[in-house]
Structure formats: structure tokens, C-alpha cells
Design a protein around this ligand. Sequence first.
Ligand code: T4K
Length: 367
Amino acid sequence: MKKILVTRSSMPTFEEYCEEIKDIWDSRWLTNMGNKHRTLQRDLEKYLGVPHLTLYTNGHLALENIIAALNLPKGSEVITTPFTFASTTHAIVRNGLVPIFCDIKEDDYTIDTKKIEDLITDNTVAIVPVHVYGNMCDVEEINRIAKKYGLKVIYDAAHAFGVKYKGISSACFGDASMFSFHATKVFNTIEGGCVCFKDETWVQLLNDMKNFGIHGPESVGFVGGNAKMNEFQAAMGICNLRHLNDEVEKRKKVVERYRSHLENIEGIKLSTIQENVDSNYAYFPIVFDGYKYTRNEIFEKLSENGVNARKYFFPLTNSFECYRNMPSAGTEKTPVAQHIALRVLTLPLYADLSLEDVDRICEIILR
Ligand code: T4K
């Protein structure tokens, strides 16, 4: 039986990648911010239209580092959502901060800005919203709230590479945005990630943080870690960036085909098409709410037919075992997120997924 996985990494041809890594062989320079690293950084700054960007070995460490760079008092509170990958909540907690879980909106699954202000206390220092599935958060309202209460805003934009709001790159909102370049993302560097920001003083800080706090040949300013992107990762990024626009176009066709089959079906809800947003077609979530079969039944049926859909994001991070004793945890505090998490399925989506396969997947769901 033909297997269809939830996604499939975008890659250049073997020949293109070999050509790109040739000079790594010649120079024997494999990592530590070499030529490829610098080239990819410049290419991405241009592509995303941001003044500053720091590359990382993965998105999670990028998020951990940018939160650490804010130097927030340990034990202070950060408002975020539980409808996300483990990384978002872990990055907050691993920095000694307390996640306070805000509920999400039912139509696009991003943070419900109407519920943020009720969660703000004297101890609140930041907001870490998630552009989940590539859907943009309400950046204008978040900006208003952050300004009013003097809060920092770091976007988890792991899913939103290349997305634009009113023509402005998703990389340009808040104090900083983190992107993941994991193999499963629209744009990948095998593993990888970056942080985009405006504050020039962070350039040196973030570069030092990902390199043991080494400031110069004989100067180590603070206790940093190691989170540098290596040259092979950067070379993959340089190649993949050349083809990104084509890949997004192909993804768009896949999404349109899904929508043509699944729109207006009783009990099936599709993510809303956001106004003023240019999508990257990162994920295709569908919610079974009052459908003739449950999410889990459809999941099993797809699986029996070789189709590997995923329950992104179930369980919610505020129900993880590791957070059981945290007073702010508990899914009852985020009922909409829990409602969606119990009913959502993300269907296979990648540039080379054939439209015939999309038809077959939809037929299984509708049959
Ligand atoms: N914030 C958010 C909101 C995130 O979603 C993520 C990551 C992060 C932060 C952290 O960023 P990174 O540190 O990862 O850069 C996957 C990814 O590993 C993870 O990056 C991603 N989010 C998460 C949503 O999905 P799994 O455990 O579901 O991956 P896995 O191994 O089951 O792969 C899923 C499918 O992808 C496979 O069935 C086939 C395909 N695949 C996978 C790999 C590893 C490929 O085609 N090629 C591959 O190399 O977590």
C-alpha cells in the first residue's frame, strides 16, 4: 500500500546540493559561522525584509536564546498559548519563567487577544504568541496591549516563514520572531532556525549567546551555550531558498484541492482564510465538530489506508505530565484550545503531494 506521510521535506536536486557544498570540501570550514552561514543570513535578511537575523542550529534553541536575551526576572509570568508544539512552553519554562496559558480563537487557533488583559498581573513581563499553522496572530492588538502594559513580545513564528500581513513580513512584528527551519517546514535547513529583530545591540549578544558567550579571541563575557548552524545546514538553506516560491505555489494548489472537497461539509470546519494575509500554506488542519465520524475514527481510517495524518496539537502543552504540578496548567483554563485539540487533524501537505492523492484522502474522509 502506498504510504503518505503528513509531510515530506523539500529538497534541491542531489546535484544542486553537491555543487553548493563543493567549496566546503575545498575550505574544510564546516561550522562556526563560515561562508555559507554568512551567505544564508544575508539572503534571508533580504528575503524576509528584516534589519537583523541570527541563524541557529534549530528553532527551539533560537526561541530559548531570544527569551534569555531579554533577561527577564526569574519566576515572572509570560502569557502564551497551549495549542502549540512542546517547544514554545518548554522555551519559557527552561528560562525560569512561568507560562500563563491564554485561550485561542476558534477560527484560526491563534491567541485570543480579548482574553489577554485578564491574565496580566504585576508579575507579567512578556507575551509569546504563536502564529500556529502559519495563521497570523492579531499583531495589531497584541502590539497595543504590549505597549499599554510595557510587555515584551516574542513571536513563535516557527510555522510562518514567508507569511505576510498587509504586505509586511511576519518577521517584522513584536520585539523579535523565531522561525523554525526543521525538515518538516515550508523552508528547511535540515534542522535549523533563526531569530529576526530590530534592536541592533542584540546582534552581538545573540551571536555570543549561541557561541559559549565568546566575545573575542580572549574574552568570554557570559555563560553561553552552543547553538550555531553548521555549513551543511546553511548550504541546504541556500539551495532551498532558490525554489521556495515554486514550492509555496505548489502547496497552494494542494490546499485549494483540499478546500474544494472539504468546504461546506456539515461537521467539518476548515481554518478561516485570514484577511490581508499572504499564506505560506504550511499546514492543512481540519476540525471534526459534529461530523458523522470522530477525529479519532477518521485518523484510524486514514491510517488503515496508508495515510498518516497527525493530531497537531494534541495534547495541549498545559496538560503535559511535566507541567502537572504547575499551578497555571490545566486544560479547563483554555476550553476552546481543548475543544480544538480533541477534534483537529492536520492532513498531509507538501509541495509534491499529487492532486490525485488529495482526492483519495478526501474520499476516505467523506466516504
Ligand atoms: N514552535 C513550534 C510552534 C513548532 O511547531 C516547532 C517545531 C518549534 C517551535 C521548534 O522548532 P525546531 O526546534 O523543531 O526547529 C515535528 C518537527 O520535528 C518539529 O520541528 C515541528 N515543530 C513539529 C510540529 O513537527 P514530529 O515529532 O511530529 O516530527 P516527525 O519526525 O514525526 O515528522 C513528521 C513527518 O515529517 C514524518 O512523518 C515525515 C516527515 N519528515 C520528517 C523528518 C524528520 C520528513 O519528510 N523528513 C524528515 O527528515 O515533530
